[in-house]
Design a binder for this molecule. Structure first.
Ligand code: PMP
Length: 388
């Protein structure tokens, strides 16, 4: 049987993840220091794990409401109100999902007709383009530059808008660059979205992890934006809860209802144990993530100083847990540079082109890795550079 001919045609347009290709080379090698996978090196704080265990002990093993437990949705709206200064109704404007990953997929599938265009800034999280294509949309990347701090400039967005544009996807702080947007740029982007009647999908999964002492501003909190924005947030990053697979979407009722239709038939509900854990995470809030954030900040400062000190141009990222050094001057592609570093010094960092063509010439180093390994990795990098 020719299985290939049976597969859905639009899947052919989706390449394998560049991260996956690279890390298949690393799997099973315990001599490698990995600055690769974007996942906290901390275990989930104990009080959160304990809440999950206690929930199981109490025999909470059932489905929940399709939207998620009402008590969790109430807690989410309190948290979002306090942190993002936007108020949502827990009964109709919040959907608890299996990570931000599911929320992203639901939003795209709920909104896109074949051929609708989705604009996003690049370098970006590896799933954006494939998720758009899987929802039968057209992915329209807008390149950002190191000079602009990898932030999306309103003029660049304006140039990409066409009559087919339906959604603008934003991710601040950004994976893989750590970029944050200025209030002025967010206002410019908001103005364009209102003028062109666009929906904004704002992935703010790293919003607690900002190191520049500026308050995080969500585009949804700007005038005229709440009604057209789907705010995506989750527990994986700040609360180190990747394995719990929990996220949420906040949006006007019609959008939540449309996403919910897909969620209820495809997923039914997010796992109850994870929801119990998330309730505890939000009760602890800042006290739980602050110690990890302090550590990330020290690591960021260490890496940026060390890289610039050895002649690798690296901008100071405002958030998330990645640095994105520029390796263009060494005359290698980002794949060649990363492969060379892995072979010569057993340090794995992700080639920038995995995050889209505009990531070429850069390397993503994740600092959700202990300081000892980061120090060793930087010594290894310095040795490697001397061989180029
Ligand atoms: N968005 C971004 C920008 C991410 O970096 C990630 C995880 N790497 C996700 C979404 C997915 O997160 P989750 O674990 O909540 O599905």
């Amino acid at each position: 049987m020719d299985i290939q001919s049976k597969l859905a045609g639009h899947l052919n347009a989706i390449p394998r993840s560049g991260i996956r290709d690279f890390f298949e080379l690393v799997i099973g090698r315990n001599d490698v220091i990995s600055l690769g996978v974007g996942e906290p090196d901390f275990s989930t704080p104990w009080s959160i794990r304990e809440a999950a265990i206690y929930s199981l002990e109490k025999g909470e093993t059932s489905y929940t409401s399709n939207l998620g437990m009402l008590s969790l949705r109430e807690k989410i709206t309190e948290y979002v109100d306090e942190f993002f200064h936007i108020s949502y109704r827990p009964d109709s404007e919040v959907l608890v999902t299996v990570g931000v990953s599911e929320a992203l997929d639901l939003a795209l599938r709920a909104l896109l007709n074949p051929g609708d265009e989705v604009i996003y800034h690049e370098p970006c999280y590896v799933s954006y383009s494939p998720s758009i294509v899987m929802a039968h949309g057209v992915a329209v990347p807008v390149a950002t530059t190191q000079e602009d701090g990898f932030s999306l400039k309103p003029a660049a967005l304006a140039a990409a808008i066409t009559p087919r544009t339906k959604i603008v996807m934003l991710n601040f702080p950004t994976n893989p660059t750590g970029a944050v947007a200025t209030q002025e740029d967010l206002e410019g982007i908001a103005k364009l979205c209102i003028e062109h009647d666009l929906i904004v999908l704002s992935d703010e999964i790293y919003s607690e992890l900002r190191y520049d002492d500026e308050e995080h501003v969500s585009i949804a909190s700007l005038p005229g934006m709440r009604e057209r924005t789907i705010l995506l947030h989750g527990f994986s990053k700040a609360f180190a809860m990747t394995g719990f697979r929990l996220g949420y979407a906040c949006a006007p009722p019609e959008l939540i209802e449309a996403m919910m239709k897909i969620h209820q038939y495809g997923i039914l509900c997010a796992p109850i144990t994870s929801q119990a854990a998330a309730l505890e995470a939000l009760s602890g809030g800042e006290t739980l993530y602050e110690p990890m954030k302090r550590e990330y900040r020290q690591r960021r400062d260490f890496l940026v100083n060390r890289l610039n000190g050895m002649g690798v141009d690296c901008h100071l990222p405002g958030g998330a847990f990645y640095v994105f050094p520029n390796i263009q001057k060494f005359g290698l592609t980002s794949q060649e540079f990363a492969m060379g570093l892995l072979e010569a010094e057993q340090v794995a960092a992700v080639p920038g082109d995995a995050f889209g063509p505009s990531g070429e010439g850069f390397l993503r180093c994740c600092y959700a890795t202990g300081m000892k390994d980061l120090k060793e990795a930087m010594c290894a990098m310095e040795r490697y550079l001397k061989t180029l």
